[in-house]
Design a protein around this ligand. Sequence first.
Ligand code: SIN
Ligand code: CO
Length: 379
Amino acid sequence: MKKISQALPLLGGITPEQFLSEYWHKKPLLIRQAIPGFTPLLDKDELFELAAQEEAESRLISFFGKHWEMQNGPFEQLPVKEKKDWTLLVQGVNLHREEADALLRQFRFIPDARLDDLMISYAADGGGVGPHFDSYDVFLLQAHGQRRWKISAQKDLSLVEGMPLKILRNFKAVQEFLLEPGDMLYLPPHYAHDGEAVGECMTYSIGFRAPSYQELGEAFLHFMSDTIELPGRYADPELKPAANPAEISSAMLSNIAEQLEKIRFSEEDMTIFLGEYLSEPKRNVVFSGPDKPLTPKRFTQAAIKNGVSLSLATQMLYKGKHVFINGESFAIGKEDKVAILKLANDRELDGNGVAEASEDVQEALCTWYEDGWVQLKAK
Ligand code: SIN
Ligand code: CO
C-alpha cells in the first residue's frame, strides 16, 4: 500500500526512513514547498463555522497588553477582523472534513497509533500563541498568508506562572524562518517555538499522540478491574480475641496480600488494553448511522457493488489476531484476515474485497455501517 522507501517532496525529497532516523525526535526540519501551490482546504469562514459547532474542539487565544487570555469554544462570535493579536485554534478538523483527513493521511508513514489530528489555526495580523514548547512532535504547514517562526533548542523550559496557557519565561530565538503557503516546519518534542502571523494567516498542525506512562498505567489498572477474577471471600476461622480492636492484624494483612498477589496480567491482556485504549474515539466524537439503514442483505449487495470505507472518526488498529475498532476488540480467524487487515490499512475495502470476505466479516461490516463506523462508497 505505501512506498516507505520513496523520497517524498512532503519531506523535502528525503525518504520517511531518512526523516525518522535523522530528524524525528531529534532536530527541526524546514521544508520549503513541502506541498507546492498549497491552498487552504477550508476558507476562514468555513473554519469559523466549524468553531461555532459543539462537536469541534476550539480555543481562542488573545494577547492584549502583557496579558494572555484563553477561551474554549464553541464560538458564536469571534473578535472583529481589524483587531490584532488573536488566534483561533480548531482541533481535529480531520474528523469533520474529508480533505483534512486526506492531508493527515499523507503522514501515514507514522503509524495510526501515533498520528493524532489536524489542527487549524487562524491568526489575525501579529497573532500567535506565544513562545512555548509542545510535548509532542509537530509538522507546521503554512496554509495561507505568512507566519514568522522563531525557534530554539534551549534547555530552559520554565514557564511564566499564572498564565492560562504555557508561555516560556525566557525564550531566546536562535533561528528564524518566514513560512509561505506550502512551506512546512517539523519540530521535535520540547523544542521552543513562537509563531507570529505576518498579516492574517492560517497554519495547519499535524499533531502526534504520545500518552504518558502514568495515563497508560491508570487506564490499564482500570481495564484490569473489569478483567480480574478473584474467587472467594475473606475468612478467619483461626481468629483470636483482639487485644487492640483498632489494629489490623498481621494475619489479616498476609491473608489478603496472598490473594492480591494472584492478580497477574499477560501480554495478551496488555495487547487488548492497548488496542482498545488507542482506538477509543475522542471525547467529542459522535457516530451516527444512516437514518434509514439498508437491510443486512441489501447492505451486503451494495457493499459488493461499491465497496466500503471507514468513517472519518473511525480508528481501526490490529495486532496479531486482535482487531480494535473504536475502543472495541475482537479476535479474528485466518479466513477473516485478508479483508480485515486491508480495511484497517487502506481504510477502505473494494467490492471484490467485500465479496471475498467471510460471512462473519460481512456481518461485522453491516453492524459497523448501522453504527456509522463504516460507510458505503459512492460509485
Ligand atoms: C499555531 O498554529 O498558532 C500554533 C501551533 C503551534 O505552535 O504548535
Ligand atoms: Co506549538
